[in-house]
Design a protein around this ligand. Structure first.
Ligand SMILES: Cc1cc2nc3c(=O)[nH]c(=O)nc-3n(C[C@H](O)[C@H](O)[C@H](O)COP(=O)(O)OP(=O)(O)OC[C@H]3O[C@@H](n4cnc5c(N)ncnc54)[C@H](O)[C@@H]3O)c2cc1C
Length: 425
């Protein structure tokens, strides 16, 4: 029979993804005792996010880690320059332009009011650096351990965790679910995740090699009818949306969103051949895509339904949610990491004060109000981009109208705020 070891801490964080790790170090920096429980023995090697867009980049700079994140790979220099963010200086500079539903936003025109900072960084690198920082601040990161159940009372929370050595029971003042999209914390706390799942389109993403002969001297992909397709930009074409770009690692990420398509069953894995065929259909000609170089693991992922959902509350008593556990976005403009890191920063100062008993419940309730409101707006903004990217003449007319409005600096500044993850009405 497993032994039960009793432990105590101020805050238990479930999940050592970017949100949980950043929250942990923000709390520990205030003198709060934090334990992070993480099922995986190491940060995921399977590639996920390629970058952060928005206010979180400035936040990372304020914490002194932007330079390390931006400089981890010298080949990212070219990527940053293409995105118009200037060179790899010590501090981030706002992007001179950015894509919105595949339309180019001339952000340089809003000058000082431009908060669109872009940091291309692989998610694993981000996690490794955030974890090292959390440990330096005194956080106990317990890898290979899984939250099994928890219960809360007026005075605190108890959590049962399975570890390689047996079961441990944690007593803590608060428990935060940073345990991702399928959050066990959210489900066990009885918190709903209302919203929509968009189907009727299939999204595919893969690492591929694009032979030089397929590209113009400036790195754009040749197309039979129409201008070549530039990298780092979603292209709305007759059958869907096509995006590609190299993010420093030497690997090229290629993605398609095909309208009117039906995804094979989830248990049928995406293959390189299926990806090549999808690109051919969307781009309108066969493209000689080759398997990626190097040992991998490489990205190869298909999604039938894309979620736009926000938890009904981010707080149930002494249990809180942050990051993907709290919200899921369809993805244009890469809002997810930005939102998770901003949740963590907002929650950390409230929770730090609550642990030290200098505030009552109102400050934690305000976390729910402020960050949930922002998440709902991000869902709206993603939906606005979806409508502009949709197929058909109506969407084309909407795009033309929208493009004409970009001459208005106020409108442009509001879009820049949206992209940065700032609440705008
Ligand atoms: C292919 C792909 C590309 C993406 N690209 C981008 C992008 O370019 N920009 C962007 O902003 N976002 C992107 N995203 C989204 C981004 O990866 C997520 O938003 C991000 O990982 C959320 O971070 P998180 O810390 O909230 O949750 P997660 O990273 O999901 O971390 C949750 C952690 O909790 C752990 N866990 C879960 N349950 C338990 C349990 N019971 N006990 C212990 N541990 C548990 C998991 O093992 C996991 O490590 C992408 C996602 C994918 C799949």
């Amino acid at each position: 029979m497993n032994t039960l070891t009793a432990r105590s801490t101020d805050v238990v964080i479930v999940g050592a993804g970017p949100t949980g790790l950043f929250l942990a170090s923000e709390l520990a920096a205030q003198g709060v005792a934090v334990t992070v429980i993480e099922r995986s023995v190491e940060p995921d090697r399977l590639p996920r996010a390629n970058g952060i867009v928005g206010d979180a980049v400035r936040l990372l700079d304020e914490r002194g880690i932007y330079h390390e994140l931006a400089g981890h790979d010298r080949s990212l220099r070219g990527t940053l320059q293409r995105l118009g963010t200037g060179n790899l200086g010590r501090h981030p500079r706002p992007a001179r332009s950015f894509s919105y539903a595949g339309l180019r936003l001339p952000l340089h025109r809003v000058r000082d009011a431009n908060p669109v900072f872009v940091l291309p960084v692989p998610q694993r690198t981000l996690e490794l650096i955030l974890e090292r920082r959390a440990v330096e601040h005194g956080v106990a990161v317990r890898r290979g351990c899984e939250l099994r159940s928890f219960a809360q009372a007026d005075s605190g929370v108890t959590a049962e965790v399975t570890t390689p050595a047996g079961v441990e029971q944690y007593s803590a003042a608060y428990l935060v679910g940073c345990d991702g999209a399928h959050s066990m914390v959210r489900k066990s706390a009885g918190i709903d995740l209302p919203g929509v799942t968009l189907d009727g389109a299939v999204a595919r993403i893969a690492h591929m090699t694009i032979p030089r002969g397929e590209l113009t001297p400036f790195g754009a992909l040749h197309r039979p009818d129409g201008p070549a397709l530039k990298p780092f930009h979603p292209h709305r074409l007759a059958r869907g949306v096509f995006t590609f770009g190299s993010f420093g690692s030497g690997l090229t990420t290629v993605s398609t969103l095909e309208w009117g398509a039906t995804a094979p069953d989830d248990d049928v894995p995406l293959t390189i051949d299926e990806m090549r065929e999808s690109v051919g259909r969307v781009v309108g000609r066969p493209v000689d895509l080759r398997p990626p170089h190097g040992p991998g693991p490489h990205q190869l992922r298909r999604t039938g339904g894309r979620n736009a959902r926000v938890a009904a509350t981010f707080r149930a008593g002494r249990v809180l949610l942050a990051g993907d556990a709290a919200h899921l976005f369809t993805g244009y403009g890469a809002p997810s990491l930005n939102a998770g890191l901003l949740d963590a920063a907002d929650l950390a100062h409230r929770l730090g004060a609550a642990v030290q008993s200098v505030v009552g419940d109102e400050l934690l309730d305000a976390y729910d109000t402020v960050r949930r409101d922002q998440a709902l707006r991000t869902v709206e903004h993603s939906a606005a981009q979806e409508r502009l990217l949709a197929p058909g003449d109506e969407a084309t007319a909407r795009r033309e109208e929208f493009a004409a409005r970009l001459a208005d600096r106020k409108f442009l500044a509001a879009l820049a705020d949206e992209l940065a993850g700032r609440a705008t009405g």
